[in-house]
Ligand binder design. Structure first.
Ligand SMILES: Cc1cc2nc3c(=O)[nH]c(=O)nc-3n(C[C@H](O)[C@H](O)[C@H](O)COP(=O)(O)OP(=O)(O)OC[C@H]3O[C@@H](n4cnc5c(N)ncnc54)[C@H](O)[C@@H]3O)c2cc1C
Ligand SMILES: *[C@@H]1O[C@H](CO)[C@@H](O)[C@H](O)[C@H]1NC(C)=O
Ligand SMILES: *[C@@H]1O[C@H](CO)[C@@H](O)[C@H](O)[C@H]1NC(C)=O
Ligand SMILES: *[C@@H]1O[C@H](CO)[C@@H](O)[C@H](O)[C@H]1NC(C)=O
Ligand SMILES: *[C@@H]1O[C@H](CO)[C@@H](O)[C@H](O)[C@H]1NC(C)=O
Ligand SMILES: *[C@@H]1O[C@H](CO)[C@@H](O)[C@H](O)[C@H]1NC(C)=O
Ligand SMILES: *[C@@H]1O[C@H](CO)[C@@H](O)[C@H](O)[C@H]1NC(C)=O
Ligand SMILES: *[C@@H]1O[C@H](CO)[C@@H](O)[C@H](O)[C@H]1NC(C)=O
Ligand SMILES: *[C@@H]1O[C@H](CO)[C@@H](O)[C@H](O)[C@H]1NC(C)=O
Ligand SMILES: *[C@@H]1O[C@H](CO)[C@@H](O)[C@H](O)[C@H]1NC(C)=O
Ligand SMILES: *[C@@H]1O[C@H](CO)[C@@H](O)[C@H](O)[C@H]1NC(C)=O
Ligand SMILES: *[C@@H]1O[C@H](CO)[C@@H](O)[C@H](O)[C@H]1NC(C)=O
Ligand SMILES: *[C@@H]1O[C@H](CO)[C@@H](O)[C@H](O)[C@H]1NC(C)=O
Length: 782
C-alpha cells in the first residue's frame, strides 16, 4: 500500500522497460515508457552523460491535475519534477519531500528546469512538458549517477486540481490517484550525439535558484469567530482511539464534542463513495476492497499533510487499513508499558473492547471460506517444512511462536467493522454527544498550563474557537502522524519544532515563549518494516485475481448481498507468527500471505515486537509533518534478525517442493542490504507514555501531557512499544483503558501518587450506554 513506488530495485528486470521514440513536436529521440494510463516519459542524454538530461513528460489532461517524475524511483528523498497545466500553459517545478506529503519546492542554485518551447504545451487532451534538466544528474540520494546503467524512474499523476497552480514553487498537490509506478530505463539507450543540438532549443531560466522561503498557501483571513457552544470534553480526531474515548466519556453524561477533519466514510454514516456494483455500500464497507482502495475512484480519504500514509476520514486508519485485527499478546504490554498499563491492568479494558468489537477469523456469514488455495498450500508448507502448528488468532492471542492461523479480521455482518460501526452508533444515540466532520483542530488554546478550548479550521478555511466548560478537558486523538502537529502548534514539543511553526507559513498563535513546554514530541517513532518474499507454487492454479474483486461476478455480488462470499473477506489468506531469540533479545515476526496470480504466493514478512529501530517526526514550514529520521531498520541487530528469519524460510522452502523462492539468487542479506522493505503503516510512539517527567515521555500514566492540567493524548502516539501484530486492535484496547483513566481522574479516583487506583471500573455495563440509546447494528448515524 505504499504510495508512489516501492522498494528499491529488487530486480531491474521486474520493471516495465522503456523503448525508443521520436517526438514529432521537437524531433528529439527519447528513450521512454508509456503506461497503460497514457502517462508517458522520455529521456535523452549526451554520449558521455554528465550533469544534464532532456526529459519529456506527456500527461493525459483535461486542463487539471499534474504529472510527476522521481529520478530515483522513490517518492521520499528524491529529486522530483512536477508539471501541471495552468490556464492553458505549463507550470513546472523541482520538488523534494521527506514524507508522503505534497512535496516542497527544491531549491539549489546549480539545478534548474529549462523548457523546450515546441514540446511544452497544453492541448485538448494532454499536457506536454519538454525540458533540459540542468545539474539534475547528481549521483547521490537525489538522483542517478552519470555512470549508472540501469535507472529506475518513478512516475505519478493526478487528475485533481492543483492548489495555487500559478506558482511554480508554491503550488501544492493532492495524492496521485490517477496512477503511479516505476519503470526501468537503460541509460546508454538514451545517449545521442544530437544531444547538444536538441538541448540548445531550451530557454534557459533560473526559476529555481531563488533562495526565498516559499509558502505553499498564502495566508487568508485567519480571524476566528467564537462558537457559542461549550463542552466538557473536546476530542480532536475520530479515528479508532477518538471514537472509543468519546463514546465512553459520553456514557458519563458529560457533554462531548468529537471533531474530525475528514468526511463521512461508511454508507451508514452518510458516506457515498459507493462501489459501482452496489449503490448502498461504499468502498470502505466492502472487506475485499481493502486491497484496492488506492486505485478506487475516490481517494480523498488519505491525509496530504503528514509524513506518511494515514486516513483523514471518519474512522481514520480503520477505514483505509487492510482489516487485520490481531489481538495483542500479553508481552506487547508487559515489556515496555509503564505501571498501570501491564497486561494485568489492561485486560479488563480489552474485554470491554472485544465484547463490542471482537474480530473474526471467519467473516463470510454462510460459514464458508473462499479462495483457499493459498491457505492450503501455505498450511502444508508451514506445518510440514517449518514445524508450525495451527491456532485461531482470535482465541489464542498469546500463541505467537511457530504458529499459523486463518487471518483475523475486523469484520462484522459481512462488512468492515471497527469503532465507526461498533461504538459510534452508541454515542450518536445520546444527546450529550456531538460529532462535527470537516473540522480540523489547529491547536489547543492555553492559559499557561490550562487548556481553555481549541482553535479549528473548517474545510473552507474559516477559523473558529470552541471553548471548554470550566473543568473540561481536551483530548488529542489525531493519530501518530498528526497529534504532534497539534502539540507543536500549542507550544508543546522540542523548541526547534515550535520555532519552525513560529517562523513558518501557517498563521498560528503560539503561547509566549516562556510558556513553551519542552517535551520529546515526535522522538520515539516506530513502525513495522515489511519484506515481501515471493514464491512459485504449482498447487495454486485457480486463485482469484484483482479483477475478481474490482469487477466482481454476479454470483459474488449476490453472495455479498447476503454478507457472504469472497467480497465479504479481506485480502489476506494465511497468517503466521514466530519469534527469534538471540543475545540481541527476542524479536517477533508476522507473516501476512496471499496469492495474486496462479503459480505464485507472496509472504509479507513483518519485523514486529522487540525491534529496536526508531525514528523522529518533525514539522515543516508549511505545517506538514515529516520524518526527520526514518523509523525503519536502523539498528544492526534488527538487520541481523531479519536476515536470519528470511534465510530460515528460504532454506525450508528450497528443501520442500511445496513453495520455491521465485528468485533463486535472493538471500536474507541481499534483501536486507538492498533496503528492500516497505513501511508497515503501523506508526506509534510520537508522544509516548511514561511514569516520570524526566524528558523521556510526553504523557503521564493517566495519558495527560506533562505540565498541563487538562490536555490528554489517547491515540497510537502514546504507545511506547510496537505490538506483535498490526496495530488497530491494541490502539483500541489502549483507548478503552485511557478512557477509564480519564473518567477515574475526573471523578477523583486517585491514590496518593496521582494514578488511578486499581479496581476502579468506571463502565459498569459493557454493552449498553449509560444514557438512553440502543446498540442495534442498524442504528445509522446520519
Ligand atoms: C494504509 C494503512 C493500512 C493499515 N493496515 C492495518 C491493518 O490491516 N490492521 C491493523 O490493525 N492496522 C492497520 N493499520 C494501522 C491502523 O489503522 C492504525 O494503527 C490506527 O488506525 C491508528 O488509530 P489512531 O486512532 O491512533 O489514529 P488514526 O486512525 O490515524 O485516526 C486519527 C483521526 O484523526 C483525524 N485527525 C487528524 N488530525 C486531526 C485534527 N487536527 N483535527 C481533527 N481531526 C484530525 C484523522 O482524520 C483521523 O480520522 C493501517 C494503517 C494504514 C494507514
Ligand atoms: C518549433 O516548431 C516550428 C514549427 O514546426 C518551427 O518553425 C520552429 O523552428 C521550431 N522551433 C524550434 C526552436 O525548433
Ligand atoms: C495533444 O498532444 C499529445 C502529445 O503530443 C498528442 O498525443 C495528442 O494527440 C494531442 N491531442 C490533440 C487533440 O491534438
Ligand atoms: C542562471 O544562473 C547562473 C548562476 O547564477 C548564471 O550563471 C546564469 O547566467 C543564469 N542563466 C540565466 C539564463 O539567467
Ligand atoms: C540563502 O538561505 C540561507 C539559509 O537560509 C542564508 O543563510 C543565505 O544568506 C541565503 N542567501 C541569499 C543570497 O539570500
Ligand atoms: C475574517 O473572518 C472573520 C470570521 O470569519 C469575519 O468576522 C471577518 O469579517 C473577516 N474579515 C475579513 C476582512 O474578511
Ligand atoms: C448560537 O449559534 C447558532 C449558529 O451558529 C445560532 O443559531 C444560535 O442562535 C446561537 N445561540 C446563541 C444563544 O447565541
Ligand atoms: C505556568 O505554569 C507553570 C507550571 O504550573 C508555572 O511554574 C509558571 O509559573 C506559570 N507561568 C505563568 C506565567 O503563570
Ligand atoms: C490444481 O491444483 C490442485 C491442488 O491445489 C490440484 O489438485 C488440481 O489437480 C490442479 N488442477 C489442475 C487443472 O492442474
Ligand atoms: C448491497 O449490499 C447490501 C449489504 O450491505 C445488501 O443488503 C444489498 O442487498 C446489496 N444490494 C445489491 C443490489 O446487491
Ligand atoms: C523465545 O523466547 C520466548 C520467551 O522469552 C519464548 O516464548 C519463545 O518460544 C522463544 N522463541 C523460540 C523460537 O524459541
Ligand atoms: C546481534 O547484533 C549484532 C549487531 O548489533 C550483529 O552483528 C550480530 O550478528 C547479532 N547477533 C545475532 C545472534 O543475531
Ligand atoms: C518462478 O516462476 C517464474 C514465472 O513462471 C519463472 O520465471 C522463474 O524462473 C521461476 N523461479 C524458479 C526458481 O523456478
Amino acid at each position: 500500500m505504499r504510495p508512489f513506488v516501492s522498494y528499491l530495485a529488487l530486480v531491474a528486470g521486474a520493471y516495465a522497460q522503456s523503448s525508443g521514440y521520436t517526438d514529432a513536436n521537437t524531433g528529439i529521440t527519447f528513450q521512454g515508457y508509456e503506461d497503460t494510463t497514457g502517462f508517458k516519459y522520455g529521456m535523452a542524454v549526451p554520449v558521455t552523460p554528465a550533469t544534464d538530461f532532456i526529459g519529456q513528460m506527456v500527461v493525459p489532461s483535461n486542463g487539471s491535475g499534474y504529472g510527476g517524475i522521481s529520478l530515483t524511483g522513490e517518492m521520499v528523498g528524491s529529486l522530483l519534477i512536477v508539471a501541471w497545466p495552468n490556464s492553458g500553459s505549463v507550470v513546472a517545478s523541482l520538488r523534494e519531500t521527506s514524507g508522503y506529503t505534497s512535496p516542497e519546492a527544491y531549491t539549489n542554485a546549480s539545478i534548474s528546469l529549462n523548457p523546450i518551447a515546441n514540446g511544452t504545451f497544453v492541448n485538448s487532451t494532454h499536457m506536454s512538458y519538454t525540458f533540459v534538466c540542468a545539474g539534475c544528474i547528481t549521483g547521490d540520494s537525489l538522483s542517478f549517477s552519470a555512470s549508472a546503467t540501469d535507472l529506475v524512474v518513478g512516475w505519478a499523476m493526478s487528475a485533481k486540481s492543483v492548489t495555487n497552480p500559478s506558482s511554480s514553487s508554491g503550488a501544492t498537490f493532492v495524492y496521485h490517484e490517477a496512477g503511479y509506478g516505476d519503470f526501468g530505463l537503460t541509460l546508454t539507450d538514451a545517449e545521442s550525439s544530437s544531444y547538444d543540438t536538441w538541448a540548445s532549443m531550451a530557454t534557459l531560466s533560473n526559476t529555481t535558484s531563488s533562495n526565498t522561503t516559499t509558502c505553499s498557501s498564502t495566508s487568508t483571513n485567519t480571524t476566528a469567530t467564537v462558537s457559542n457552544s461549550t463542552y466538557d470534553y473536546i476530542i480532536a480526531g475520530a479515528g479508532p482511539a477518538g471514537i472509543i474515548v468519546a463514546e465512553r466519556l459520553a456514557e458519563t453524561g458529560k457533554s462531548v464534542l468529537l471533531l474530525e477533519r475528514g468526511a463521512a466514510s461508511t454508507y451508514a454514516t452518510g458516506g457515498r463513495s459507493v462501489v459501482d456494483w452496489n449503490s448502498t455500500v461504499t468502498q470502505y464497507d466492502v472487506p475485499a476492497m481493502d486491497y484496492y482502495l488506492t486505485t478506487a475512484s475516490d481517494t480523498s480519504e488519505y491525509c496530504t499533510d503528514v509524513a506518511n500514509m494515514a486516513g483523514c476520514i471518519l474512522g481514520g486508519g480503520t477505514m483505509v487499513n487492510a482489516m487485520m485485527f490481531v489481538r495483542p499478546q500479553e508481552r506487547d504490554f508487559d515489556d515496555k508499558w509503564p505501571t498501570g498499563w501491564k497486561w494485568s491492568d489492561v485486560s479488563s479494558s480489552a474485554d470491554r473492547l472485544y465484547e463490542r468489537n471482537p474480530g473474526t477469523t471467519l467473516s463470510s456469514l454462510d460459514g464458508k471460506r473462499y479462495d483457499q488455495q493459498a491457505f492450503t498450500t501455505l498450511q502444508t508448507f508451514f506445518s510440514k517444512a517449518m514445524g508450525f502448528s495451527q491456532v485461531d488468532a482470535i482465541q489464542s492471542p498469546n500463541a505467537k511462536t511457530a504458529v499459523y492461523s486463518y487471518p483475523p479480521w475486523d469484520a462484522q455482518d459481512g462488512l468492515r467493522a471497527g469503532p465507526v460501526k461498533t461504538y459510534l452508533p452508541l454515542a450518536n444515540a445520546v444527546s450529550n454527544f456531538k460529532l462535527k466532520l470537516n473540522t480540523k483542530v489547529f491547536r489547543a488554546i492555553r492559559s499557561n498550563s490550562t487548556v481553555t478550548g481549541v482553535e479549528v479550521e473548517s474545510s473552507t478555511g474559516a477559523r473558529q474557537i470552541i471553548n471548554l466548560n470550566t473543568g473540561g478537558s481536551v483530548i488529542l486523538a489525531g493519530g501518530s502522524m498528526s497529534t504532534p502537529r497539534i502539540l507543536y502548534n500549542s507550544g508543546i514539543g522540542p523548541t526547534d519544532q515550535i520555532t519552525t511553526v513560529q517562523n513558518g507559513c501557517v498563521s498560528v498563535t503560539l503561547p509566549a515563549e516562556d510558556e513553551w513546554i519542552n517535551l520529546p514530541v515526535g522522538q520515539n517513532l516506530r513502525d513495522h518494516p515489511i519484506f515481501t518474499l515471493t514464491f512459485n507454487a504449482t498447487s495454486i492454479n485457480d486463485t482469484l485475481v484483482s479483477t475478481d474483486f474490482t469487477s466482481p461476478s454476479q454470483t459474488n455480488i449476490d453472495l455479498f448481498a447476503q454478507g457472504s462470499g469472497p467480497l465479504a473477506q479481506s485480502g489476506q489468506r494465511f497468517n503466521f507468527w514466530t519469534s527469534l531469540n538471540s543475545t540481541n533479545g527476542t524479536r517477533f515476526f508476522q507473516g501476512t500471505c496471499s496469492s495474486t496470480a496462479d503459480g505464485s504466493v507472496r509472504i509479507k514478512l513483518y519485523l514486529t515486537h522487540g525491534l529496536t529501530s526508531t525514528g523522529v517526526l518533525g514539522i515543516d514550514s508549511n505545517g506538514a509533518t515529516e520524518f526527520t529520521t526514518d523509523p525503519w531498520m536502523n539498528t544492526d541487530a534488527d538487520k541481523a534478525a531479519v536476515i536470519s528469519m528470511i534465510d530460515t524460510i528460504f532454506a525450508a522452502a528450497r528443501n520442500s517442493s511445496i513453495i520455491i523462492p521465485s528468485d533463486a539468487s535472493q538471500t536474507g542479506a541481499s534483501i536486507v542490504n538492498a533496503n528492500s522493505y516497505t513501511q508497515g503503516d503501523h506508526f506509534v510512539g510520537t508522544t509516548i507514555i511514561g511514569e516520570t517527567n524526566d524528558g523521556t515521555s510526553v504523557v503521564d500514566t493517566n495519558t495527560k501531557v506533562w505540565g498541563m492540567d487538562n490536555l490528554f493524548v489517547v491515540d497510537a502516539s502514546i504507545h511506547p512499544d510496537l505490538p506483535t501484530g498490526n496495530t488497530q486492535a491494541i490502539v483500541m484496547v489502549v483507548a478503552e483503558h485511557a478512557a477509564a483513566k480519564i473518567v477515574a481522574l475526573a471523578s477523583g479516583g486517585l491514590n496518593s501518587t496521582g494514578s488511578v487506583t486499581s479496581g476502579v471500573a468506571p463502565f459498569a455495563n459493557n454493552t449498553t450506554p449509560a444514557v438512553g440509546g440502543d446498540d442495534d447494528d442498524d442504528d445509522a448515524c446520519e
